[in-house]
Design a protein around this ligand. Structure first.
Ligand SMILES: [Zn+2]
Length: 102
């Protein structure tokens, strides 16, 4: 992923974290990224952890890479699900494996 795309997603993920923390934990709207991360670390919630994980991946420059096959996850997939870790084809394989009806 290009660095300008990474910084765009960095903003989106921080914004999403902020929304969650604002509604739940009374974070102030003017708080910066460090405050947001600090607040997120105090609450051990799965959705917050997922977003913090996404931020770490952005910092490492590997955000948007499938954790299984390392192919790029399409940007439109990431936009609708900021914490996506799998590309659509691995997602399908995982889903089939974990689907109890099969
Ligand atoms: Zn994949």
């Amino acid at each position: 992923m290009k660095s300008e795309d990474l910084s765009k997603f960095d903003e989106l993920v921080v914004l999403r974290l902020k929304e969650l923390l604002l509604s739940r934990h009374g974070l102030r709207a003017g708080d910066g990224k460090d405050d947001v991360l600090e607040a997120a670390s105090r609450f051990d919630a799965a959705d917050l952890n997922e977003l913090v994980f996404a931020l770490r991946r952005i910092e490492k420059g590997i955000y948007g890479q499938c954790v299984i096959c390392r192919h790029d996850i399409p940007v439109n997939v990431l936009k609708s699900n900021l914490t996506a870790r799998l590309c659509p084809s691995c997602e399908t394989v995982m889903h089939e494996k974990t689907d109890p009806s099969r």
